[in-house]
Design a protein around this ligand. Sequence first.
Ligand code: GLU
Length: 481
Amino acid sequence: MTVRVRFAPSPTGFLHIGGARTALYSSIFAKKNKGTFVLRVEDTDLERSKKEYEDSQIEDLKWLGIEYDEGPDRPGECGPYRQSERIELYKKYATQLVDQGLAFPCFCTDEELDAKRKKAEEEKRAPHYDGTCRDLDPEVAKARIEKGDKFTIRFKVPKKTITVNDLIRGEVTFPDDMVGDFVILRSNGLPVYNFCCVIDDWLMKMTHVIRAEDHLPNTMRQVMIYEALEAELPQFAHVSLLVGHDRAKLSKRHGATSVTMFREQGYLPEAMVNYLSLLGWSHPDEKDVFTREELLLHFDLKRLGKAAATFDMVKLGYINGQHLKNLSSKEILSKIDSFLPKDTAFKNQEPSWKEEFVDLFKEKVDTLEGFGPFIEDIFNSELRDDEDLKEVLSWETTPKIKEYLINKVDEAKKEGLLFLTPELIDEYLTTLKKEHKIKGKNLFKGTRAVLTGRAEGPDLKRFVALTPLEVISSRLQKIDA
Ligand code: GLU
């Protein structure tokens, strides 16, 4: 048996990270089993589905490196892969179920159904369909259809418990009164999700259906449809829900939730894949940071947990930072441009300057966007209102350092230098120590304060050597020491 797994997003928005996780698990599972991974676009909600969303979801999947073998843009033998192009198939099977007495046309109007639902609620009964059209004489029903009466097709829900054997959750049993006869085809001829999903998973020969836990009640309905069609059931694996720190289901109010947003904030695809994989799965050696290859090697549905997974931005940032550090400065430079402030100060620098910049700061950032503030630190000579800086500037040794460095910087400028070098800074520190008798903390913190306008920062010599002399000289003028 060839393993076939699908990811079936609805193109009604950007790719949600929960969806991306499902896609990732499904694609790895297919790959590990030398199977086929299929992308199926579930666009039967014509009002909310948009081609732009389909395109952007596909782009995000590609960005994440999640490749599918069959899909709307990858023809295969089970196509078409867009549900809107398969409507006739759903009609055919809905009609077949009606003919077999396993489904029926329902002529109840929305108003009637609403009134019945309200009454059931008032009487504290489950608001299930009351069966008005269930046993209509087929001839009567046929005549009404020919007359042009509007109708939906409802599935005849059998009175029996349904058990789902889930690869992650084990046996999940639903009592026999969970749902009433439900609609499978709307009056406009369009199928509902639970119906077209089964028809497609069946005809597309899916062996495994991996999706989030909140689909379990759908699975119960879907199992009934499989049984009515006498179709073989796929194996189900319902992965845990994603929640925020408040344990509520992850939503927009928790911050960025779409892959596009993370991409725009400068997260790396390999880090996203790493982090997404950990939302419900764990590495056998408890590792948090690993490559895609390692994930592929160790991934196993058996290691998926049942408990809800908390989406943790801090951990994602940490993992992204780790992947960033593993890249060479040249690789980072090739990705960084769109994440930096629009000013040209950075863009105009020499390639060697840019490499040194990335090399110095990559230890300190979590995302590509994180480099931006350091550019500001280098090129903006304005001083910050910072208590620690004021403290260093108030030391009695600092004005001496300032005076000495003003002279040195003037000298360097006269010599035509555009930047100081680490060697020159070493020379200044030695002179300040030997001739001006300034030592230790006073020497190092004082020099840093007057040259960089900061009380703290990265390696002093490298940082100063990256700062244009013009900026240093204008900063020195502003230093109040
Ligand atoms: N279109 C459904 C969704 O996006 C698919 C669920 C499933 O995988 O069956 O939630």
